[in-house]
Design a protein around this ligand. Structure first.
Ligand code: NI
Length: 142
């Protein structure tokens, strides 16, 4: 994202959220929301933070690093038993929901893939070759 000019990142693109910055920050907020929920931490203020607060690349990067650190911290606590255990929460519709933690984490991954796909499309529509790193390349060789 930092390879793009800031005007491009905040230009209206008519996708799920107004612009590349908003889509990316939304996916970070969604990840933080679920990881904090599963960690028993407060989620207050996550979705209330306006996208405009992320006013340059370094603020976005700082937030991405913060969310990644929180996620890594949570993932360290996981066990097979915990993954299979059921998490109860109140949904957006006000009703109580019960889902296995592994299914909630799969939802977080799916949410990211969905929004990344959107971002790739926006890049292509702007004739910009999107960055691509395979998961295996990211992880490195065993
Ligand atoms: Ni979303």
């Amino acid at each position: 994202m930092a390879a793009l000019p800031w005007e491009k990142v905040t230009e209206n693109c008519g996708a799920s959220f107004d612009c590349v910055r908003d889509i990316f920050v939304h996916s970070l907020q969604a990840e933080q929301f679920w990881i904090r929920s599963l960690s028993g931490k407060s989620v207050e203020g996550i979705f209330e933070t306006p996208f405009t607060r992320f006013s340059n690349f370094s603020v976005v990067q700082e937030y991405a690093d913060e969310v990644e650190a929180e996620t890594n911290e949570y993932l360290k606590t996981l066990t097979d038993e915990k993954l299979r255990s059921v998490f109860e929460f109140r949904g957006w519709d006000g009703k109580m929901k019960r889902h296995r933690i592994e299914d909630i984490l799969m939802h977080v991954v799916e949410e990211e893939i969905h929004h990344r796909g959107e971002l790739l499309c926006i890049y292509w529509q702007s004739d910009i070759r999107p960055p691509y790193i395979s998961y295996m390349a990211y992880k490195g060789q065993a």
